[in-house]
Design a protein around this ligand. Structure first.
Ligand code: PEP
Ligand code: MN
Length: 346
């Protein structure tokens, strides 16, 4: 349920309400506004409203949350959540692009990728050190060495680092390097992993599962928020359908729905959604038009030599073209293509 409180009351009155809710088995998540405090009370199995709650000092309103996702939904927080880290700013009209190779392959490859995506206008460098591969015989990533290269690339370019974690026991180690931790599509319902990243206080990029409904995706995000980490970015990366010309089918309606149902920023990964580099630009532009808050794009200095996902990777030249077109489209849509700094005079 949601308990709306008047912030003119003191800390004691707020604590009394929180204590009362705790007695009934609720955990409170506080969202502070200018004049009001919204307590998102979740987790009580019985879902009872404590008698007398509505008349406690400072309580303005008590409302049941109707949706199964509680903290993730717009019922508890109407305004967009803006996730900001390093040069990245997503949500509330800010649109950021994160790009880079599927996997960190070598320092040379990563440096070349980082320089290319930075000069195109990306604010985040995405590259995998731990790769969740379908085949156990495929390249699994450079692991700790890959993390070390990512740290060096951040030093060289100033880009924020986005990288995936696959195993709950690696979360602390990956979080040490990452500015944003990625949970891949295959792990969207790895609940111990979700709970573990929920303990962090840094942003988590949660990809939609291969065959997950919008509700399952939002419930996966709820796991992370319920642990106290409210900085979650939802990422649509295509779903399984009968179509074989594309790797997956980009579900743009899910972007619109997720934005409507949730206050969290929603981004799109048109690279994994399509599997083909020539489909990436049109669908990236369509994603911005559909209301996405950002993009994750695979870029490789030499796609033909990539150890994974070469066919869907843009060359630096194609990435530049895409960024130019996004820059032209953003103002038409009332969005700001975020480059890490406010332009002077704006
Ligand atoms: C990736 O981002 O490189 C990846 C493995 O993507 P997904 O989890 O969407 O398949
Ligand atoms: Mn990939």
């Amino acid at each position: 349920m949601i308990v709306v409180m008047d912030l003119r009351v003191g800390a004691e009155e707020i604590k009394a309400v929180e204590d009362m809710l705790a007695e009934y088995g609720y955990r409170c998540h506080a969202i502070y506004g200018e004049e009001r405090l919204v307590l998102g009370a979740v987790g009580a199995q019985k879902g009872e409203i404590p008698p007398g709650l509505e008349t406690m000092p400072g309580v303005i309103d008590v409302v049941r949350i109707t949706k199964p996702f509680k903290l993730v939904g717009r019922e508890v927080k109407i305004e967009d959540t803006v996730v900001e880290t390093g040069k990245i700013k997503l949500g509330g009209g800010f649109f950021s692009v994160m790009a880079g190779p599927c996997a960190v392959e070598s320092m040379e490859q990563l440096s070349a990728s980082a320089r290319a995506v930075r000069s195109g206008g990306a604010v985040g460098l995405r590259g995998g050190a731990f790769k969740p591969r379908t085949s156990p015989y495929a390249f699994q990533g450079l692991e700790d060495v890959g993390l070390q290269y990512l740290r060096r690339a951040r030093e060289e370019t100033g880009l924020a680092i986005v990288t995936e974690v696959v195993n709950p026991s690696d979360v602390a180690r990956v979080a040490d390097t990452a500015d944003i931790i990625q949970i891949g599509a295959r792990n969207m319902q790895n609940f111990p992993l979700l709970r573990e990243v929920g303990q962090l206080r840094k942003p988590v990029l949660l990809k939609r599962g291969l065959s997950a409904t919008v509700e399952e995706w939002l419930m996966a995000a709820e796991y992370i928020l319920s642990e106290g980490n409210y900085q979650v970015i939802l990422c649509e990366r295509g779903i399984r359908t009968f179509e074989t010309y594309t790797r997956n089918t980009l579900d743009l309606s899910a972007v619109v729905l997720a934005k409507r149902l949730s206050h969290l920023p929603v981004i799109v990964d048109p690279s994994h959604a399509t599997g083909h580099w020539h489909l990436v630009k049109p669908l990236a532009l369509a994603s911005m038009a559909a209301g996405a808050d950002g993009l994750l794009i695979e870029v490789h200095p030499e796609p033909a030599r990539a150890l994974c996902d070469g066919p869907q990777s843009l060359t630096p030249e194609h990435f530049n073209e895409l960024m130019t077109e996004l820059g032209a489209l953003a103002p038409v849509l009332g969005k700001k293509l975020w480059q890490g700094v406010e332009e002077s005079g704006s």
